[in-house]
Design a protein around this ligand. Sequence first.
Ligand code: NOJ
Length: 559
Amino acid sequence: MQKQWWKESVVYQIYPRSFMDSNGDGIGDLQGIISKLDYLKTLGVDVIWLCPVYKSPNDDNGYDISDYQDIMDEFGTLDDWQMLLDGLHDRGMKLIMDLVVNHSSDEHAWFIESRKSKDNPYRDYYIWRQGKEGKEPNNWGSFFGGSTWELDEQTGEYYLHLFSRKQPDLNWENPKVRQEVYDMMTWWLEKGIDGFRMDVINLVSKVQELADAEGDGDGYHFGGKYFVNGPRIHEYLQEMNRNVLSKYDVMTVGECIDVTPEEAERFVGEDRGELNMVFHFELMGVDSGPGGKWDVTPWKLTDFKKIMTKWQTALNGKGWNSLYLNNHDQPRMLSRFGNDTTYHKESGKMLATLLHTLQGTPYIYQGEEIGMTNVQFSSIDQYKDIEILNMYKEYKDAGHDEQAIMKSIYAKGRDNGRTPMQWSAGPKAGFTTGTPWISVNPNYTRINAEQSMADPDSIFHYYKRLIQLRKQHDVIVYGDYILLGEEDEQVYAYLRSLKNDRLLVVLNFFEAPAEFTLPPDISYADPKLLISNYDVEADSDIRHLELRPYEARVYKFQG
Ligand code: NOJ
């Protein structure tokens, strides 16, 4: 496997709206991020992934872009952005930008033109179809509820939007669209950025017939078969790589809905000339029942391990994994997979240990490093996310119980990850001097960066140590992965191995004490404890470990 800087890096994801507000308007901004660069440097991360900061009417918090080459007014200006890039580079950190090109905003100049007339030169920049018997062209359901089609009165045709009606899908079949995208990417790369995170990139190629999705009744159904990993996806990505990416030393990570490891290999295989990594969603479905995301179901550690192991082994030596346990679209990992009350610190560190000791590049989501948790707002009016608000209305209209709906939102809603970064115990958690665009999680008085930085035993300092360890031990980055104790419902243990170096990672995922026994066929010499979230006696015998609640241990030895 080839050595690469992006394999050895740790990425930190910033959701700018909620990171730091510099001007008191309640909305995070670029100058706010600039004021926290030393914080990021102290943490030790190498790369910042900036969620969209482009001009946008904010129907989906910046994932609806009206100008790809300018900055959203609330966030600042291109000069501020340049200052951010310089500030990162001066500190030896890199910057990757979010590339959102499955769709634009309906307020983008291309779409404003496109909808004007059927013969407008921009008509084919988007996907327009005639209705069928007075209804939408097909029965596809949008990711945010309702149909994927919107009738435009002006020309009497429908346009496709897999997300909100303010996010029309771009027509990648049109070579002019692809060229516009490549030119825009080049423009940013020439400014000196270090790569892209590509939003829902495996949806850009659609089967042109746009046939009905399978499903009962008159409702809307998931049409993934016609647009997930569509027929021309690899052709497009190879073209993008040839025309743009291959000319720069940059990293890429593509968000890919519904991919298996086998499919992922086609995106990230080292001989494919496409992407470096994908974000897959398999683990994010571990607690979903047959009803999908909002059908919250208890998860099992054996399922969790099976998914992780499948990806670790499938890509080993062929491609590269991205490692994440939460982001701006997911609940907080500590509330979902850990214990955000009694064992807040222990479980936050245990999950961090997993994230940083698997093969792949770890992605930390802002606030994770101080143990931020889910939030439970009492009223739906406090929620801002279009997905939550649409789902609430749809479920209410369908007669679902209010309490049950709120329970699902508490567990899975995207706003869990979007409450303001908790910087201090001061007013508004130190995020803003004004009124935050979304309420602060009330637990900021206990959980905040100031407190976490001051406490040498905090989750923050543990992250720092994990990040440093990856830089000191190649086995953590490049080692092969072998799962131990596949059937164990409480302990997640694995070996990593690179030449003679071995790493043993043992994680108690629950509150009850647990035991771990090393399989007898594993030989070891000179074990050294690299990190643990508890005090551990120096001479403990790694053949048999007694684990406390959420205990994590990482040993290095020679095999
Ligand atoms: C995935 C992004 O992460 C999410 O926040 C957004 O709503 C959709 N793509 C649509 O762009």
